[in-house]
Design a binder for this molecule. Sequence first.
Ligand code: 5GP
Ligand code: ZN
Length: 140
Amino acid sequence: MADHSDCIFCKIASGKIPSARVWSSDDAVAFLDVSPLAEGHTLLIPRRHFTDLRDVPADVLARILSVAPKLVGALMNATGATGVNVLQNTGASAGQAVFHLHFHFIPRVEGDGLGFRWNAGSYPSGRADEVLAAVTAAMV
Ligand code: 5GP
Ligand code: ZN
């Protein structure tokens, strides 16, 4: 079994290092991000170590995320936010810095300037069909 003894989120899950814990269950822990993008920015993590979305079993993922409706509502009620971004970074190129699976819950209000708006592109003629074929083939 791999050694995750240096993993900061394993230590937070087990209580070895402190966190501002919002909620916990047998499968998951939610706590305030130490460097919040907005007040109430919360991280939801599995207690077990998974690196990212590729190695978590689907049934475990479902149990982790089962608190999402309650958590989003609670964050909006508690902070006055009118929206919440749920964000998951898989891979360093996607911004992942801690390699223990986690979901960001980021409270939002109009005009908060957080700038999650991405510049949308477009496919050159025929390229979408090629990409579609590649992805559907990879899904089997
Ligand atoms: P990532 O970029 O990997 O998706 O996000 C990692 C998040 O973990 C960052 O938002 C960062 O602020 C947060 N973080 C890193 N170390 C700690 C910590 O020790 N305690 C808490 N509460 N959050 C942390
Ligand atoms: Zn871990």
